[in-house]
Design a protein around this ligand. Structure first.
Ligand code: SF4
Length: 316
């Protein structure tokens, strides 16, 4: 079902797989967190839609929406990567993250829930930790209600990560960056009240932060309890759409200190803050969040510091 046509990257950093799923193209990714070897920490990213109707301004995976993969098609991406390294389906990593975050807003595909429910049975992976990151689209309440049940029954005790992508505390600017109707901040906070159980991880508020996008601690505190939410700040990664839309990253991936002032302000307000920069080699591979190699190969638009590797035929 999954036919990998090309790969890009290297096994010691990250690999992007470009594949046909029943005739439609998709990408999935595996990455390490150096210096940890694969047997300790391993991160997979799978696609949850063919294209994405949301079309966030910084994201190359947006657009060209062609429908929803089934749960089996989502799981087949995990199968391929696990099968490459662990054919017996025993994944020893103490941290084995499966992120539903390559192409597609996961809340627009109910099959993501079936895939989540099937994962623990499919692999012998004591370190399994799924991660769902969402812009919280309007009208996806049934998805979020069932997500809560699955988290409680299958991933209790902090074995699940959930993230709202905010990108700014300015609601009008957020609507421009994420051009679809989404939950308000109050709605997200109300969901958190129902979602969190003792032992769960805090919900992450993610900011892929462009210069000129405000992050006001007063606004955050009005809606998001620091006891329930943590803040993650990341660069706007080098993508064709970020360049086209004039989005310049506030965080310089080569100068981690560039996030320090903001992180300090948010920490003073009481939030646990993570400045997550990652390995800059991933930008060149095209494996980072919001990057999508197939889109780049089509357009060949110049992207400084991004998409600088050459695809090759897949390993046998
Ligand atoms: S960031 Fe997520 S929701 Fe936005 S266009 Fe990309 S895949 Fe879709």
């Amino acid at each position: 079902m999954t036919k990998v046509l090309a790969v890009i990257g290297s096994d010691d950093v990250a690999v992007v797989y470009m594949a046909s799923l029943d005739g439609r193209m998709i990408e999935f990714v595996e990455a390490l967190q150096p210096p940890h070897p694969r047997d300790e920490r391993w991160i997979l990213m799978v696609s949850t839609l063919f294209g994405c109707p949301v079309k966030c301004l910084m994201c190359d995976a947006g657009g060209r929406y062609q429908g929803r993969p089934s749960a089996e098609q989502i799981l087949s991406q995990v199968d391929y990567m696990v099968g490459r390294w662990y054919p017996d389906r025993r994944v020893p990593a103490a941290k084995f993250k499966v992120q539903f975050a390559r192409m597609g807003e996961p809340a627009l595909n109910m099959a993501v829930l079936d895939a989540l429910a099937a994962l623990p049975r499919r692999f012998d992976a004591p370190g399994l930790m799924p991660s769902v990151s969402t812009v919280a689209p309007h009208g996806a309440d049934a998805f979020f209600d069932r997500l809560m049940e699955i988290k409680d029954t299958m991933y209790a005790g902090g074995r699940f990560q959930f993230q709202f992508s905010l990108h700014t505390t300015d609601a009008a600017l957020r609507r421009r960056l994420i051009p679809t109707r989404t939950w308000t901040f109050d709605r997200m906070a109300a969901y958190a009240e129902r979602f969190l159980r003792p032992g769960d991880r805090k919900i992450t508020l993610n900011f892929a932060l462009a210069a000129g996008s405000p992050v006001e601690s007063e606004v955050l505190l009005r809606h998001f309890d620091p006891g329930k939410f943590l803040v993650k700040i990341t660069p706007v990664n080098p993508t064709c759409r970020a360049v086209r839309n004039g989005l310049v990253s506030l965080i310089d991936p080569h100068a981690p200190a560039s996030g320090r002032e903001l992180a300090g302000r948010l920490a003073e307000a009481g939030y646990e803050v993570i400045v997550s920069i990652g390995d800059v080699r991933e930008n060149r591979i095209g494996s980072n969040c919001s990057q999508y190699v197939l889109k780049f190969l089509e357009s060949r638009e110049a992207v400084k510091d991004g998409y600088a590797c050459v695809p090759r035929t897949p390993p046998v």
